[in-house]
Design a protein around this ligand. Structure first.
Ligand SMILES: *[C@@H]1O[C@H](CO)[C@@H](O)[C@H](O)[C@H]1NC(C)=O
Length: 294
């Protein structure tokens, strides 16, 4: 097994090309390397645990990048599976967005079903990446609440947003759906006003039931229609398929998230490139009405 266990690597080349290789690259190897029987057993054990025990999750360390200029917006940025807030904070710090404060939390370490129950930092449990896989709404709600909590202490005149990569993008999109509905999946009131959502190489959890939930409420439809969302996805993504990102964009748009931009990148796999981050910068600058010209 030559699986790599660190989620990503930063390769700095002549063009300062930062290439984030996702931990999922290791998954194929890891899961295949586990005997089938053991794989099933660990899943059973974990599912049983979920049903009978209320999970207590402990989130990891949070890294904050202070704005270099006047503080106008705060964005919580969420890492991918197996990663932590530190690596993204280093990348975000270098972006030409001096008016944004970045908050980069780290996910709880938990057994992840797609890894055969192997513990890794993850925003929620994930079994398989398909539209038919059951979603871990308990885990999603806990993470969405942790993120909203981080934003809730920002001053009232600061615009708030959530972004993320891969599973972090999925959590950001889930938060967007909670914001629109005014409540988490568990019915508790969603406490903050979101102004921008960015999802890179991600997907939308709970996509199939979203439309009914939004269409059922006038307020939810209004909030969905007014929340700007930027989705970016590499055409060559071999971890979260491009089609999957595209479908998520379609589900969101059908559910009434009309203020949505979906960008595809030729030749891009499950990582980010400066061209994509430039798009994120320009988009945030425009949507959040940040000062200064670009
Ligand atoms: C955070 O993740 C990086 C790899 O992405 C790793 O090198 C580093 O040790 C991790 N830091 C912590 C505190 O876990």
């Amino acid at each position: 097994m030559n699986a790599r266990l660190d989620e990503h690597q930063i390769m700095s080349g002549k063009q300062e090309k930062a290439k984030y290789i996702f931990y999922f690259l290791a998954l194929g190897g890891l899961i295949c390397a586990l005997p089938r029987r053991q794989d099933n057993e660990s899943n059973k054990l974990f599912n049983g645990f979920c049903r009978t025990t209320r999970r207590t999750v402990e989130f990891g360390r949070t890294y904050v990048v202070k704005p270099k200029g006047r503080h106008q917006a705060t964005i919580v940025w969420l890492h991918g599976l197996g990663d932590n807030g530190s690596s993204w904070s280093q990348l975000l710090e270098k972006l030409a967005l001096p008016n944004i404060k970045w908050i980069c939390p780290s996910a709880p370490t938990r057994p992840v079903a797609i890894l055969g129950g192997f513990p890794r930092t993850a925003w929620f449990d994930v079994g398989e990446l398909s539209e038919d896989s059951p979603d871990d709404f308990e885990g999603l709600d806990a993470s969405a609440a942790h993120i909203a909590n981080l934003l809730s202490t920002e001053p009232a005149d600061i615009k708030l947003g959530i972004g993320g990569f891969s599973m972090g993008a999925a959590t950001a999109l889930y938060s967007a759906t909670c914001f629109a509905q005014g409540k988490y999946g568990n019915g508790i009131t969603y406490p903050v006003n979101l102004r921008a959502i960015v999802g890179l190489s991600g997907w939308l959890p709970g996509s199939r039931t979203l439309r009914n939930k939004i269409e059922g409420s006038h307020e939810a439809a209004r909030r969905a229609a007014s929340l700007p969302i930027l989705l970016c996805h590499g055409i060559c993504d071999d971890v979260v398929a491009h089609k999957f990102g595209e479908n998520s964009a379609q589900y969101l748009s059908l559910a009434g998230f009309r203020y949505l931009t979906f960008k595809s990148y030729d030749g891009l796999g499950h990582y980010t490139v400066p061209k994509e981050m430039d798009e994120v910068c320009n988009w945030l600058h425009g949507r959040l009405g940040l000062e200064g010209s670009r």
